[in-house]
Design a protein around this ligand. Structure first.
Ligand SMILES: [Fe+2]
Ligand SMILES: [Fe+2]
Length: 176
């Protein structure tokens, strides 16, 4: 990401640098685990799509809300790119599909939590982040590669930051 872009979007990610993107050695099983985080049911690609969809409505409510959903979606795109690079280094092929969660099938739009109004949509977004963190933690335990573990830990910090940002908006709009 260019310097200019990373400056503008820095408030939508946790502070601090990302570890180098590298792996100890190719491992196709690890690549397959990451396919679920990449474009499975609970995945970066689902998050990108969901937040972009919510952005269309939120920007009619306020500029802050619209920018938030766009900014977080772009941070998820960065996560997706990191996962793609890891999948390639591990010997996989980052097509837009999941692993176990989709039985290897391509991603589809039914994975998105659409929702019908602001509070419901913010809650779906928080739920998506919680599910993503759970999946990353599971994979940190299964993938015995310290480089990948460090990268997934860094992504989790962004997801935790996203939960904070969404919770802030829930409070602001008096959601339950
Ligand atoms: Fe993410
Ligand atoms: Fe996130």
């Amino acid at each position: 990401m260019s310097e200019h872009l990373s400056e503008r979007f820095s408030k939508y990610r946790a502070p601090g640098p990302y570890p180098d993107i590298k792996v100890e050695r190719p491992n196709i099983k690890y690549a397959e685990l990451l396919m679920d985080d990449y474009a499975g049911i609970v995945s970066e690609f689902t998050a990108i799509s969901q937040y972009l969809y919510h952005h269309y409505f939120f920007e009619t409510i306020s500029e802050e809300l619209g920018d938030l959903m766009e900014g977080v979606s772009i941070n998820e795109m960065y996560h997706m790119e990191i996962l793609a690079e890891l999948i390639l280094l591990l010997g996989g092929d980052p097509r837009i599909r999941g692993g176990e969660s989709t039985q290897g099938h391509y991603w589809n739009g039914s994975f998105v939590g659409y929702g019908n109004h602001l509070c419901e949509q913010l809650q779906l977004d928080i739920d998506a982040e919680i599910a993503a963190i759970k999946s990353y933690r599971k994979h940190i335990n299964m993938i015995k590669d310290p480089h990948i573990q460090a990268i997934l830990e860094r992504i989790i910090r962004d997801e935790e930051h996203h939960i904070k940002l969404f919770e802030e908006q829930k409070r602001k709009y008096n959601c339950k």
